[in-house]
Design a protein around this ligand. Structure first.
Ligand code: PAF
Length: 271
């Protein structure tokens, strides 16, 4: 049992770094794991495709599952790899209901009802099981990061959340497990997302947030390979839409677009 294995680490006050993942591990995950390795005595990586955070059955079924390759990639950096079954994780159907307020009412939360509740449930269970000192999450899922920070506050958990920068391919595409599902042609098209975000950042010097959102929508409308789900310019702390830049300490553009039937997500801090 993982808890037994970690008990002596906790008793001897060793620090535990947790990297929660859904597998199909790539260099982005490896960056999180290496950071956890550098900052903790013990590193735990969890691999669990969490069914209750998928609101699209096809997405859940098609989610890549590559356990042997995953272990090969991370074995030199992790002390424990926790790969529970759905029955182990949820012996009875979970009923917890989290309220993340305004944070979950926008963007991914608005588009994927129930998604963040499912994330909250699994992450809190992983926290309870491993009692980490620090837990690592990528900034690509920027809203998820904000939700998890809120979860830690709401549940009064003594866990430091360590946000990790987005890792990109050489051509700018944010690394994601879903990239594996892109056809070769679509993969060539994919850097358009980050290129547009970079251009949008430049445009933000003269376009107000709402104008910038419109400008981004126009760029995507002109590229037939993509279907933009949303592009929002929001306050990076509250994740709420804004009308100007000066009232926010930090501003981020978050977007989600479909390419080749694959849902891709990315963001860029513009202030
Ligand atoms: O970001 C992910 O891979 C998942 O949402 C997480 C945090 C592992 C929870 O299932």
């Amino acid at each position: 049992m993982l808890q037994d294995a970690l008990q002596s680490a906790h008793q001897t006050h060793k620090t535990v770094g947790l990297v929660p993942t859904m597998g199909a591990l790539h260099n982005g995950h490896l960056t999180l794991i290496k950071q956890a390795r550098a900052e903790n005595d013990i590193v735990v990586c969890s691999i669990f495709v969490n069914p209750i955070q998928f609101n699209n059955q096809e997405d859940l079924e098609k989610y890549p599952r590559l356990p042997e390759e995953d272990i090969e990639l991370i074995k030199d950096y992790c002390d424990y790899c926790f790969m529970p079954s759905v029955e182990e994780m949820y012996p009875v159907p979970p009923t917890e209901k989290y309220n993340f307020g305004a944070l979950e009412a926008v963007m991914e939360g608005a588009m994927r009802p129930g998604h963040f509740n499912g994330v909250g449930i699994v992450v809190n269970r992983l926290f309870q099981l491993t009692q980490p000192t620090k837990a690592y999450f990528g900034k690509k899922d920027f809203q998820q990061l904000a939700i998890i920070k809120q979860l830690v506050k709401d549940e009064h958990l003594n866990i430091e959340i360590r946000p990790v920068e987005i890792v990109r391919e050489k051509d700018g595409l944010a690394i994601s497990s879903r990239n594996k599902r892109l056809s070769e042609t679509a993969r060539q098209e994919a850097p358009f997302i980050y290129q547009t975000l970079l251009k949008a950042k430049a445009e933000s010097t003269h376009l107000l947030p709402k104008q910038l959102e419109k400008w981004i929508a126009e760029q995507f409308a002109a590229n037939k390979a993509f279907e933009l789900e949303y592009a929002q310019v929001v306050d990076a702390d509250t994740l709420q839409p804004i009308d100007d830049y000066q009232h926010s300490q930090s501003v981020i553009i978050c977007l989600t677009a479909w390419l080749d039937n694959v849902r891709l997500i990315d963001n860029i801090i513009i202030k």
